[in-house]
Design a protein around this ligand. Structure first.
Ligand code: IVH
Length: 692
């Protein structure tokens, strides 16, 4: 068979495309739990593929989707262990020795040193300038064009195989269908969480009262080590590749290899430039020093690499770094400034955050005068007092933060500390309402417990209630809420529905037109579905997704109101803490009054398609579904579990009551169930159990 007839034959092309498509669908279905194709369409495509494979036996491939059943573990997707809702356990990842150790780069913050390095290179060498991406290094192994491993740096000698998580990145090809792909090659690059995704993730975590990620790098690192690829996929990682390794690879320069990788479909930065002189290199650095701020991902420097591979080899390596490359690091955006005063900010949930009020200072293009001091322990550890000169940093973080204090004897610290010798003490009462603060054991934060009377908490709850993902009441922004609060017209979320046109229109800056707008928004909010109403109530730790899950199980507020902690824990994603918060919310008389008013105002407090448990045959049981089934679909089984009072979980743990095991259950799952002594229940037996 000659090459050309193969390329020209559209059926062969179709065969390859089908394999790719079905392989991806299997992954989406079994691993991500989010198929994008109907079962029928899948079956039709599978049949077509089988027919084509029969017609072209020379194209047999043992890894074709026709040769195995998709699985959420085992054969196709090796080493995936899904531990839903559990802390990452790195030991669950396969440890793999790197073929080539993963070295780091020599780096410098000084442009002079970089100039020096370039000048010392043999005359006439070409230098490739690239951005230095601030994420996590990854090494992708391709065998016969198929992605077979994705290793983290680890200790440089061996890393974790995080292939299942890497496969969630749309720009990483799983398979390269080209004749010119070598038998084996490795591409290295950086895994990143784009700024936009990072900010969205943090907003979500804030809502759920989970600790925020300090910067996209930390967020990417946490994400890459998650055991649940569905969650990884949801977060939206990206990868930029910048180094190809292997034997007998095409090309004689680094740049050519990256171009080749680009042609094979890899995500290679457009910012790469071949430079021929010190001046060109310095111009590149100067340009990207500012331009990098417009990029969708974080960068922290520039990497210079000798282009010619033979010259690279001549220059060689030190024990830790190549001699043919160097990184220029952008100076950390950090400034020393005077701490004038520490004030305290009370959030929606009552957390009191100490805020540094600073002498204004220019930082990454913006004037900074306030920065977070995190919490009491941080201030004590650094012994920070008003009058000190402090380091303020605005790196990857959204909110500037204090990272240190100048030595008080230092010349820089001209102003003596205002209260020298006095130990810092955190306020004991709420700066806003005077209520004694409480500190929950094991938490760093102090909280004001006066939920029903503390102004920023009240206003914060209203802001949350009207926000886009909650009741979405247009026109009622933080300023207006504050104004109406000051005037005594708005004290809690129920007051919103008592607002009159003339009340609003009478306020400064609010004419009749905007008042009518607000009222229209309020009216429209009465159609917002029950799940979002539940989220809008602002019950601690009940975020958007959790609210949806709760609303599905409890389709009326009345049923939810009487739910016990134990029953609530039966809902996916609801643990004892969240359950306790819900129970506490409904035991508060003030809340009950507000709910009553909201109900009378006409809010949706009932959902439609929420299946109430029809039996309690599975009450208190946590069930994992695995394999393929003949009588019902996976989703139907999920619904059946819930309808019978059970809880569906994604992964096997000590808490699993049994595994609903279909055909072709993944070997990893089977092993795990066996090792924990968890029974496997067949489809037939399961159906018998619930019809009892
Ligand atoms: S080349 C042997 N190029 O920086 C040279 N590294 O401090 C291999 N990095 O471990 C690295 N952007 O994680 C290279 N354009 C780029 C890079 C880059 C970011 C990271 C990489 C490396 C670290 C070294």
């Amino acid at each position: 068979m000659d090459l050309f007839s193969e390329i020209e034959n559209p059926e062969r092309e179709e065969l390859r495309a089908l394999r790719r498509e079905l392989e991806e669908q299997n992954y989406k279905y079994y691993v991500l739990n989010a198929p994008t194709m109907s079962d029928r369409e899948f079956d039709e495509k599978m049949h077509r593929l089988q027919a084509l494979e029969a017609q072209y036996p020379d194209m047999f491939d043992a890894s074709s989707p026709t040769q195995h059943v998709g699985s959420d573990s085992g054969n196709t997707y090796t080493n995936i262990v899904v531990f839903n809702n559990e802390k990452p356990k790195s030991k669950a990842f396969e440890q793999v020795k790197h073929r080539y150790p993963m070295l780091s780069l020599a780096n410098s913050y000084s442009r002079e040193e970089i100039e020096e390095w370039v000048r010392k290179l043999p005359a006439g060498v070409e230098i490739v300038c690239e951005l230095k991406y601030d994420g996590l290094s990854i090494s992708l192994w391709y065998e016969k064009g198929v992605l077979v491993k994705a290793l983290t740096r680890g200790d440089g000698q061996q890393g974790d195989n995080v292939i299942e998580n890497i496969k969630t990145i749309p720009s990483v090809p799983w398979r390269i269908e080209r004749e010119d792909v070598p038998e084996w090659f490795e591409l290295r690059g950086e895994v990143l969480l784009p700024w936009e995704r990072f900010e969205a993730l943090n907003r979500e975590r804030e809502e759920q009262e989970e600790p925020l990620f300090a910067n996209p790098r930390n967020a990417a690192s946490g994400t890459l080590k998650l055991q649940d690829p569905r969650e990884v996929a949801r977060r939206g990682l990206d990868a930029y590749l910048y180094y190809m390794l292997g034997e007998n690879l095409p090309g004689t320069t680094h740049y050519e290899r990256l171009e080749t990788a680009k042609a094979w479909g890899f995500h290679i930065s457009d910012a790469i430039k071949v430079c021929h002189s010190v001046d060109e290199v310095m111009a590149y650095i100067a340009y990207w020093d500012t331009e990098r701020k417009n990029l969708p991902v974080a960068t922290d420097g520039i990497v210079l690499k000798v282009n010619n591979l033979a010259q690279q080899e001549e220059l060689g390596y030190t024990a830790k770094t190549p001699r043919w490359a160097i990184a220029y690091k952008f100076p950390a955006e950090k400034q020393l400034t005077l701490l004038r005063e520490i004030t305290y900010q009370v959030g929606r949930t009552g957390v009191v955050t100490p805020v540094a009020n600073l002498e204004p200072v220019q930082l990454s293009g913006t004037m900074v005068q306030r920065a977070t001091l995190h919490n009491e322990d941080f201030i004590r550890q650094l012994d920070i007092r008003p009058g000190d000169r402090v380091w303020v940093e605005k790196g990857g973080e959204i909110i500037p933060k204090i990272v240190g204090r100048a030595d008080r004897n230092d010349e820089m610290s001209a102003t003596a500390s205002l209260n020298d010798g006095m130990m810092y003490s955190f306020p004991t009462t709420c700066p806003e309402c005077g209520t004694p603060l409480v500190r929950v054991e094991g938490e760093a934060a102090w909280r004001c417990p006066n939920e029903a009377g503390c102004p920023p908490q009240l206003k914060g709850k209203i802001e949350h209630f009207v926000s886009r993902k909650a009741m979405n009441i247009d026109g009622l922004g933080a300023e207006t809420i504050d104004l109406l609060y000051q005037k005594g017209l708005l004290h809690n979320i129920a007051d919103i529905y008592d607002l009159k046109l003339e009340d609003i229109a009478a306020q400064e800056r609010l004419g009749e037109k905007s008042a009518q707008n607000i009222l229209d928004g309020i009216e429209a909010s009465k159609q917002v579905p029950w799940a979002r109403v539940l989220f809008a109530l602002g019950i601690r730790m009940v975020g958007e997704t959790t609210a949806k899950k709760i609303a599905r199980r409890y389709n009326t507020i009345d049923s939810l109101q009487w739910a016990t902690t134990e029953q609530l824990c039966g809902i996916e994603d609801v643990g004892p803490q969240i359950a306790d918060n819900i129970v506490a919310y409904f035991s508060d008389m003030g809340n009950m009054e507000i709910l009553d008013r909201l109900r009378r105002a006409g809010l949706q407090m009932e959902g439609e398609a929420a299946p109430e448990p029809t039996s309690d045959a599975l009450a208190g049981q946590t069930i994992v579904i695995s394999g393929t089934f003949s009588q019902h679909s996976r989703d139907e089984y999920k619904a059946l579990i819930e309808a019978n009072g059970g809880k569906n979980a994604g992964s096997i743990s000590k808490k699993t009551s049994f595994v609903l095991a279909g055909e072709n259950m993944g070997p990893e799952k089977r092993k795990k169930a066996e090792s924990l002594g968890i029974p496997l229940v067949s489809e037939e037996e399961f159906l018998e159990r619930i019809t009892l």
